[in-house]
Write a protein that binds this ligand. Structure first.
Ligand code: SF4
Length: 454
């Protein structure tokens, strides 16, 4: 592990990221204008060579056919170490030759989002929440992007008519109480359009919270203006998840943007992706989560890299993620420990994965271990009566959401169901029989398995 840091400089009394010589003469007014940043993004070898000494591998990546879109804001490009290809910022946004190489498990839509879309751009995977893809634009493009099948493609962008369809579906689906706006990056949208969407969502009475997933604060902190924060604050409760993978991305500019968002009352979380060569070590993750919580951002998820085209060389074994959580849990504040998630290929949704802390169980006892390897026994109460839960108080809102809920393992615990069967299970085990089960023997009474499962 090597210690390398980018030192901020002081300009007009505030700390800022030093700019490469190319932009030294750009007036602060322009540099701090998000529209200027968007219009001056770098995307060719020639432009990048003005600030970075590109390696042959990077030149190969930048010249590959059918490449996922490249665009890097001048601000984010300023964070790149110009002479060091191991720079974690550089690896996230500059392609290499390996990006074009296929790997065995690659899938275009590894999370099966398209299959869960009742209308274009609206993904309804989970019972009470929905994902609204509102744009295909981002401020810069991450080489490992899960949605590279559509992100960065202007021709695939969502029209106002499609936004209307998404809103109509949500209005007609009362079980959805939580809507996540993502894309692409919703904060790259024209302010008026974003305002219109948030307003329309807020007019749907059953939508309790709105969330935004955005990497704009990281790529383009200039966009987090007081005006934007005031506008977002009109739509509370509104939550925002940012996306930082390495402590190097948390600059004075990002810290000020996060402070503005926090002061607008917006709870902040971070979704990081576990990336080989960027952040796949406990030390790097520890530094990241500490810097996030210092900026009032709760580390929310650490994602296993998805099985998407171009991301093969970023993937790590799942055991690396478990090793990282093992090194964080107990070793630092619980607030600083994200959930490590494998987003199930094939559309199974998010699966949390963690070290095993329950060592064993016997009636009345659970044997547990802590982060140090200390092993202890927890004695369970002998008089616990589940039926007493019938007296617990509810305000009624949870019951009202029952409709449309998907079945799951929780139903087995609750006794609403006895089994969960793989597709084709019954057909396979009845070996082609179509008539009713014939039961031989006096004591072979009808069991209630099928009744429960019905
Ligand atoms: S910001 Fe998000 S959506 Fe945009 S390229 Fe990066 S990972 Fe993909």
């Amino acid at each position: 592990m090597v210690v390398k840091s980018l030192k901020a400089v002081v300009s007009n009394g505030i700390e800022v990221t030093p700019r490469p010589a190319l932009w030294a003469d750009v007036p602060d007014e322009q540099w701090n204008d998000w529209r200027w940043q968007m219009s001056n993004r770098l995307n060719t070898i020639q432009e990048l060579e003005q600030i970075i000494r590109l390696t042959d591998d990077e030149k190969e990546g930048l010249s590959a056919a059918g490449l996922f879109r490249i665009d890097i804001t001048p601000y984010f490009a300023s964070l790149i170490a110009p002479d060091d290809p191991t720079c974690p910022v550089r690896r996230q946004v500059i392609p290499t030759g390996r990006e074009a190489r296929a790997f065995d498990a690659v899938m275009a839509d590894s999370l099966s989002e398209d299959a869960h879309s009742p209308v274009p751009g609206l993904v309804h995977r989970y019972p009470d929440r929905a994902l609204m893809l509102v744009t295909t634009e981002c401020a810069s493009y991450c080489r490992y992007c899960t949605r590279s099948r559509l992100v960065g493609d202007n021709s695939a962008n969502f029209s106002s008519a499609e936004h209307e369809e998404q809103l109509e579906y949500l209005a007609n689906t009362p079980q959805v109480r939580d809507v996540l706006l993502s894309g692409g990056d919703p904060l790259t949208m024209a302010p008026r359009r974003l305002y219109g969407l948030l307003k329309a969502l807020r007019s749907i009475p059953h939508i309790e919270i709105v969330r935004i997933g955005s990497r704009v604060p990281v790529f383009l902190p200039q966009r987090i203006t007081d005006d934007l924060c005031d506008m977002l604050a009109e739509f509370h409760p509104l939550w925002l998840n940012i996306h930082v993978n390495h402590a190097k991305e948390i600059t004075p500019e990002l810290s000020r943007a996060l402070d503005r968002l926090s002061r607008a009352g917006i709870p902040l979380g971070n979704q990081a992706v576990l990336l080989r060569g960027v952040n796949d070590s406990p030390e790097v993750q520890m530094e990241l989560v500490h810097k996030l919580v210092r900026n009032r951002v709760r580390p929310y998820y650490l994602y296993q890299c998805d099985l998407v085209q171009g991301a093969g060389h970023f993937r790590t074994p799942v055991s690396v993620g478990i090793e990282i959580i093992e090194a964080l849990r107990g070793h630092t504040s619980g607030y600083a420990v994200p959930s490590y998630i494998v987003d199930a290929p094939g559309g199974g949704g998010k699966i949390p994965v963690m070290p095993q802390y329950v060592i064993s169980q016997s009636p009345g006892k659970v044997v547990l271990r802590n982060y140090e390897g200390f092993i202890t026994t927890y004695y369970e109460p002998e008089d616990y009566d589940r039926s007493e839960r019938d007296d617990l108080w509810l305000e009624g809102s949870a019951a009202a959401r029952e409709e449309g809920a998907q079945k799951g393992v929780a139903d087995l615990n609750a006794g609403r169901r006895l089994t969960i069967k793989p597709e084709g299970f019954d057909a396979l085990h009845t070996r082609g029989r179509t008539d009713a089960i014939f039961k031989r023997g006096k004591r072979n009474r009808l069991d209630n398995y099928d009744e429960l499962d019905g």
